[in-house]
Design a binder for this molecule. Structure first.
Ligand code: AP5
Ligand code: MG
Length: 221
């Protein structure tokens, strides 16, 4: 099964992609995580991406398309993938359609996670993650079961993202509305779009996605 999670910054793409990937044996491909690893490693790509990400702008399409093309053929993707953060522009979506078409593969669904802009700022400014395994948390909505200890790996160090400031969030939201939202009509026309209420609880959203993927579900949105 090949899926895309589409939604604004803080919509819960990473949170749900991780669950879907674990539950269904799929590969989670998060372009944001890959870029942050590149920045941390100090690679040429990381140096180029760092200031773009800090400003909340989009990294150039050709870099992102090359990054994804390297992944579609990876053995880890043999059961399929959940894309989290890609595509973000029409050029990226068209490149993905073309690279899957060449391999006789298809997208099974594009899940749009709809969340009010006001809630997004709250989600992003309260977010933190395990410095060891990357498991995601929130000051109010998802605290570790034992204070200061990661549920997933037992680690005790946590980190905040450099681009999780109120100011950068607004630029990221602008980029979403100006460029990424254009993908909704593209995937609706392809009959692949399914919309879920991203304002529900984390478990509630997971259930809605599951129903959309397994249920009678024709496309909607
Ligand atoms: P990326 O890392 O993809 O960031 P983003 O799209 O801004 O999304 P986030 O990761 O901030 O949010 P999310 O939807 O994953 O939410 P999460 O699950 O963490 O991209 C970063 C940057 O990289 C971009 O700005 C760009 O510069 C660059 N980039 C990446 N891909 C690119 C591409 N394809 N092209 C060009 N540039 C690219 O949840 C957020 C918080 O809310 C968490 O704390 C979570 O615990 C909590 N939460 C989740 N769900 C719920 C819920 N239902 N109720 C309450 N709280 C919840
Ligand atoms: Mg994310």
């Amino acid at each position: 099964m090949n899926l895309i999670l589409l939604g604004p910054p803080g919509a819960g793409k990473g949170t749900q992609a991780r669950r879907i990937a674990e539950g269904r044996g799929l590969m989670q491909i998060s372009t944001g995580d890959m870029l942050r690893q590149a920045v941390a490693s100090g690679s040429a790509l990381g140096k180029e991406a760092e200031s773009i990400m800090a400003a909340g702008d989009l990294v150039p399409d050709e870099i992102m398309i090359r990054m994804i093309e390297a992944w579609v053929d990876a053995p880890d993707c043999k059961n399929g993938f959940v894309l989290d953060g890609f595509p973000r522009t029409l050029a990226q979506a068209e490149a993905l359609d073309e690279m899957l078409g060449r391999r006789d593969r298809r997208l099974d669904a594009v899940i749009e996670m709809r969340v009010d802009d006001a809630a997004l700022v709250d989600r992003i400014t309260g977010r933190f993650s395990c410095a060891d395994c990357g498991a995601g948390y929130h000051d109010r909505f998802r605290r570790p079961a034992t204070e200061g200890v990661c549920d997933a790996c037992g680690g005790g160090a946590f980190a905040h993202r450099a681009d999780d400031t109120a100011e950068t969030v607004r630029a990221r939201l602008d980029a979403y509305h100006a460029q990424t939202a254009l993908l909704l009509p593209h995937y609706r026309a392809a009959g692949a779009l399914k919309t879920v209420d991203g304002m529900a609880s984390i478990d509630g959203v997971a259930r809605e996605i599951s129903n959309a993927l397994d249920g009678a579900g024709g496309a909607d949105g």
